[in-house]
Write a protein of this length. Structure first.
Length: 93
């Protein structure tokens, strides 16, 4: 599931910022907003490499959705909060 949300033109934004994914379908490194809790999830590139065990494996009955905030998994908190606010997401980080 992927839903693109437009961003403001004057921002230097990463590809797919505002796109929504199921947690288990995240395939790109970056910083993600947890739609179920408002937490910031950092997914470094090495966590997605073939042959490596997943660093985090979350399972539940309901789909867990995340929204991409940045291609940089280590984006500073203030910038991540600002991007989330521009997407009308209530932050909990």
């Amino acid at each position: 599931m992927k839903t693109a949300i437009p961003t403001q033109a004057h921002e230097a934004v990463s590809a797919n910022v505002g796109a929504q994914y199921r947690w288990e379908n995240v395939s790109e490194a970056g910083a993600y907003y947890s739609n179920w809790s408002g937490h910031l999830l950092r997914v470094p590139e090495y966590a997605l490499k073939d042959g490596f065990s997943p660093l985090i494996d979350i399972r539940g009955k309901e789909p867990m959705l995340v929204t991409k905030l940045s291609d940089d998994p280590f984006v500073c908190l203030s910038k991540a909060r600002s991007i989330a606010a521009n997407l009308d997401l209530a932050v909990n980080f």
